[in-house]
Design a protein around this ligand. Structure first.
Ligand SMILES: Nc1ncnc2c1ncn2[C@@H]1O[C@H](COP(=O)(O)OP(=O)(O)OP(=O)(O)O)[C@@H](O)[C@H]1O
Length: 242
């Protein structure tokens, strides 16, 4: 197996006396979409906040593309793209202006940024909305812009925190299909945090997080095959039960 694109070891994080993560290990390989499934409060957002350097872990280590996040945050974060649970877009700016804001932040010259933006807008069917304020877009299209924004600096690892919240089933499926294609075509590694069992079922690999602890980490097919019921949904509910 190749070296993982992202590796986290022994991550612990507490808010005051309350532990949110109790020693989490995680690795992401090129080309795989990993579902991080857990109920409300399991620690998914906390884990993503540590992986994106927003918070530092109380214990543990994160390495992205060979760079230790604590020691070389610039190099580690350059290889990461993030779609946050909350929108990171300015609703009053146009789609294109929002995307330029991101490429400017990453120091991409416009001559390099513009073709990437045009190609991305075309791929996602958003050319007609390029000059429109984000406020005028549907929820599904806003999420697509968020995804495009997160990809413009060509990250090797993409982290998605409940990225489909508020979307209808068709838009959710479209977003998942787009991201799966990115894994297959560009070898990107994706961590897809969700509390939706149906969404997690579509990933090749499953990390099941409950009360700050990893309950399962392996192939989604193996998770179901090893269960007594042989049913994905039933087994998730059993594992997360009291
Ligand atoms: N800023 C904070 N201050 C105090 N406690 C927090 C904070 N953020 C999270 N927590 C607590 O840490 C635990 C994990 O929360 P976290 O938001 O990481 O879970 P989650 O799996 O992302 O949940 P959700 O699906 O509801 O977003 C919860 O008990 C939560 O109440």
């Amino acid at each position: 197996m190749n070296a993982p694109l992202l590796q986290a070891e022994g991550l612990k994080k507490s808010y005051g006396p309350r532990p949110a993560l109790k020693g989490v290990d995680l690795s992401l390989q090129a080309g795989e979409l990993v579902a991080l499934l857990g109920p409300n409060g399991a620690g998914k957002s906390t884990l993503l906040q540590l992986l994106t350097g927003l918070f530092t872990p109380d214990e543990g280590r994160i390495v992205v593309l060979g760079h230790d996040l604590a020691r070389h945050p610039d190099r580690a974060l350059a290889g990461l793209g993030v779609v946050f649970q909350q929108s990171a877009l300015d609703l009053d700016l146009s789609v294109r202006a929002n995307l330029h804001f991101h490429t400017d932040l990453h120091g991409l010259p416009r001559a390099q940024a513009n073709p990437r933006i045009d190609e991305g807008l075309e791929r996602l069917g958003l050319q007609a909305q390029a000059r429109a304020p984000v406020r005028s877009l549907s929820g599904g299209n806003r999420r697509k812009v968020e995804l495009l924004r997160a990809l413009l600096h060509r990250p090797r690892v993409l982290l998605m925190d409940e990225a489909t919240v508020g979307l209808d089933p068709a838009s959710r499926e479209q977003l998942m299909a787009t991201v799966l294609a990115l894994c297959a075509d560009h070898g990107m590694a994706v961590l897809w945090a969700t509390h939706l069992i149906e969404e997690a079922r579509q990933a090749q690999r499953l990390v099941l997080l409950h009360q700050g602890t990893v309950r399962f980490d392996g192939r989604t097919a193996d998770f179901t095959a090893a269960s007594a019921s042989g049913d994905f949904h039933t087994e998730v509910m059993r594992q997360l039960g009291p």
